[in-house]
Design a binder for this molecule. Structure first.
Ligand SMILES: [Zn+2]
Ligand SMILES: [Zn+2]
Length: 123
């Protein structure tokens, strides 16, 4: 018995499949995925599962909006933790570079405080 596995090129459907369309709360209708910016796509996916949030799920549902409905985000970034769009000055320089995974100063501070509580090293 020879079981052949075609390991050559082919559509390998592995991992979670990305949605082909998303609902825009601006237009109030479903639109193809390419109508949404990466930020919005990430948001939409985190509606289902957010690996960055403890527990893997966000309680809040994001209201995704297509490119047409979202203003150009030159002066603001969306924090991946609190998912709020905030002005650039609320983000550290290092975070601005990584716009898709940016965390605002507030969330950074929160995390830092949490770390301090845990790593209480007695000398
Ligand atoms: Zn729209
Ligand atoms: Zn934040």
């Amino acid at each position: 018995m020879s079981s052949k596995y075609s390991s050559s090129s082919g559509t390998n459907s592995q991992g979670p499949s990305d949605p082909k369309s998303l609902f825009c709360y601006g237009c109030n209708k479903e639109k193809p995925i390419h109508s949404f910016s990466k930020t919005q796509q990430t948001k939409a996916k985190s509606n289902i599962h957010n690996p960055y949030v403890p527990g893997g799920k966000t309680r809040k549902k994001h209201h995704t909006m297509c490119k047409q409905c979202t203003p150009q985000q030159n002066n603001s970034l969306t924090c991946m933790l609190c998912t709020r769009t905030k002005p650039l000055e609320d983000f550290a320089k290092a975070q601005r570079k990584n716009a898709e995974k940016a965390r605002c100063s507030k969330c950074m501070e929160k995390r830092r405080k949490a770390d301090e509580n845990i790593s209480d090293t007695p000398e």
